[in-house]
Write a protein of this length. Structure first.
Length: 128
């Protein structure tokens, strides 16, 4: 595996962790009946030290989750070496993982059978 593929793989695993946390936020919001008000979600960028948040309405979050290889990040948090920008808004950018990263992101999608479980089993060594 070359250096760029290794970076893509690491980025996909890191970003998938943030997605799992955001899925938990949605779950808690749904349980409490607060779907009408926007929630603050974690920026799903590849920087594991990032603690920025992005406020999104429930419906918008659901739309963004339709693709398992896509993540939302703050403007300026995207990395063209490991992902393609597919949508830009004033508050966030949607990125699509490419190559091996796209496959990893899809397989770690918690909305797909086994996705979150697979990520939990594999993620430890990949955090940077």
């Amino acid at each position: 595996m070359d250096e760029i593929d290794a970076r893509r793989e690491r980025a996909a695993r890191n970003q998938s962790l943030f997605r799992v946390v955001n899925e938990r936020i949605v779950e808690l919001s749904h349980r409490s009946g607060d779907e009408a008000r926007p929630n603050a979600y974690l920026c799903e960028c590849l920087d594991t030290d990032c603690s920025a948040s992005i406020e999104l309405p429930y419906d918008e979050y659901q739309r963004l989750r339709e693709h398992g290889s896509r993540f939302f990040v703050l403007p300026g948090h995207e990395d063209s070496d490991v992902e393609d920008v597919v949508e830009t808004t004033p508050g966030y950018v949607v990125v699509d993982k490419v190559g091996v990263a796209g496959e990893i992101a899809e397989s770690a999608d918690p909305r797909k059978a086994g996705g979150c479980r697979q990520l939990q089993q594999e993620v430890g060594p990949w955090l940077s």
